[in-house]
Ligand binder design. Structure first.
Ligand code: FES
Length: 133
């Protein structure tokens, strides 16, 4: 089993996800049913079966950020998240509580976020521009 996990990790690191063609190749190379590869891929959170989104947004759900309105920000971006152009994952305290509510877009921290600023950043990023302010 370890050799299968290592092979899948190699693919995950190369592509950012596990493409179906690569799973078929591993299946025939090691003579392992593809269903077994899918069960490994869905069990471990290190694997994804979908390509990574073009842009990634994280909204802090730590106490300070929730008090300052991060849940309202989360609601505001729901309509934009499609998993292809924009992927979303909540995060726990990012260690920047004095800047609450904190949003991370493509790895860049944005503090004291407001709904209108967040919408502008997301729309600009989805139109092909930079999400950086
Ligand atoms: S609670 Fe959000 S950065 Fe600490």
């Amino acid at each position: 089993m370890e050799f299968l996990i290592n092979s899948l990790l190699d693919i995950q690191n190369r592509y950012g996800y596990l493409p179906k063609e690569e799973l078929k190749r591993i299946s025939s190379k090691f003579n392992v049913p593809i269903s077994r590869l899918y069960s490994i891929a869905t069990f471990y959170s290190a694997f994804s079966l979908k390509p990574p989104a073009k842009h990634k947004i994280n909204i802090c759900k730590g106490t300070a950020c929730v008090i300052k309105g991060s849940e309202v920000l989360e609601d505001a971006i729901r309509g934009y998240v499609d998993g292809v152009n924009l992927g979303y994952e909540p995060i726990r305290c990012f260690g920047a509580c004095s800047m609450a509510p904190v949003v991370v877009i493509d790895g860049e921290i944005h503090g004291k976020m407001t709904i209108s600023r967040l919408r502008k950043l997301v729309e600009r990023g989805l139109e092909g521009g930079s999400t950086k302010t």
